[in-house]
Design a protein around this ligand. Sequence first.
Ligand SMILES: *Cc1c(COP(=O)(O)O)cnc(C)c1O
Length: 387
Amino acid sequence: MKDLQFDTKAIREGYRTTQEQEHSEAIFLTSSFVYDSAEQAANRFSKEEPGNIYARFTNPTVDAFENKLAALEGANACVATSSGMAAIFASIMALVESGDHIVASRNMFGTSIVLLNTIVSKFNIDISYVDLGDLSQWKNAIQDNTKLFLLETPSNPLGEVGDIAALSKISQANDILLAVDNAILSPALQNPIKLGADIVIHSATKYIDGQGRCLAGAVLGSETIIEQVSAFTRATGPSLSAFNAWIVLKGLDTLSLRMKAHCDNALKLATWLQNKDQVEKVYYLGLESHPDHALANTQQSGFGGIVSFEVKGGREAAFKVINATEILSITANLGDTKTTITHPASTTHGRLTDDEKQQAHITEGLIRISVGLENVDDVINDISKGL
Ligand SMILES: *Cc1c(COP(=O)(O)O)cnc(C)c1O
C-alpha cells in the first residue's frame, strides 16, 4: 500500500481477515500453532514453508501491529516487544558486542540510563554520554570500537532536539549505527528512518496506545537489523502478547488524530503559561521562544504534547501547583488521554545529583505536564488554581 497517506495506512495497513471475515482484527490468544501433517511441521521448522510455530516467535495479531507500524515509520521491518525497555535492551544486545562502545545522549529516559549503567555495562560495553544537541561532542566521542549512537529526540522534559540528519551523516561516515527512541513524538510526528537513522525504537506504552492501558514496544529498521533483534527476542522471550498487540494496533488507527489534538492543546497551554507572572520560564517546542523551535520544524511535523514550566518559588511553589489540581493525574506517566502532572526534580530525575540537575536545567520549580485530550480550558483552569 505504497501510495496511501499516513492516516489511511494507519487504518488499513496490516489488516488481514481470517476465514470468519471479521472487520476488526482478530486476537489470537494462543501460545502455539498446529500443523496439518508431520511434513508441514517439518517444513515450518526448517523455514521451507512460512507460517506460525510458537507465539514467542510470531503471532498473527502481533504481525498485524508490526506491519502497520513499519508502514507508518517507513521501515522495511519491525519486531514488537513486551515494553519500550525490552525494545531498547534487545536492540543493544543484538547489535553491540562485548568490547564495543556506545555513544549515548545524556538526555534520555531515566530507565534507559539505568539500563546502560547497570546492565549493559556488565557486558564489557563502554558508554560515553554527550549533550544531545552538540554535534561536536558526538564526533569527539567516537572511538575505533564505537558501534552505536543512541538518542531520544526531543528530550523530555525540556524538549531539547537532536539533529537526526546531521547525526546520521556522522554515524554513517564512521560505520556506526544510529538508533533513535521516537516514543515522545510517535510516527505521526517524526520518522527518524526517513531522516537517516538506522533503527527506531518505540515505547508503544506512550502515545501509540495513548490510553494508558498496557505496556508494549517495538524496534524498526532494515530486514537485516530486525532479523538480528528478533533472533534475540525469540531466544530470550520479551515478545509482545497478542492481547497487548491488539490494543496498540487499535491505538495506531487513531494516532494521528490524537497527536494533532495533543499538539493543539499543548500549544494553547504553553501560550497561556507564557503570560503568567508566577511562571519564570516555559519549555514547549511549539513556542518560538524555545531555542530548538527552528530545528524541530525541520524534522518534526508537530511539537508533541509535553509542556514544562518553571514556577517562581522553587519546590514549595511547584508542589502547591501540583497539589491544587483537581482533575489532573499526579503521575510520571505520559502520552495518555488523561493530562498528567509531575515534579521532575523529585521523581523522574530524582536520582541525579544536585550538580547534574543544575546542568540539565531540572530546577526545583520545574513542573512537567503531559497534555491529554480533555478540553484544554479545563486543564488550564486546574493548573491556575495553585499559581
Ligand atoms: C516510557 C519510555 C520508555 C520505556 O518504555 P516502557 O514501555 O515503559 O518500557 C523508553 N523511552 C521513552 C522515551 C519513554 O518515554
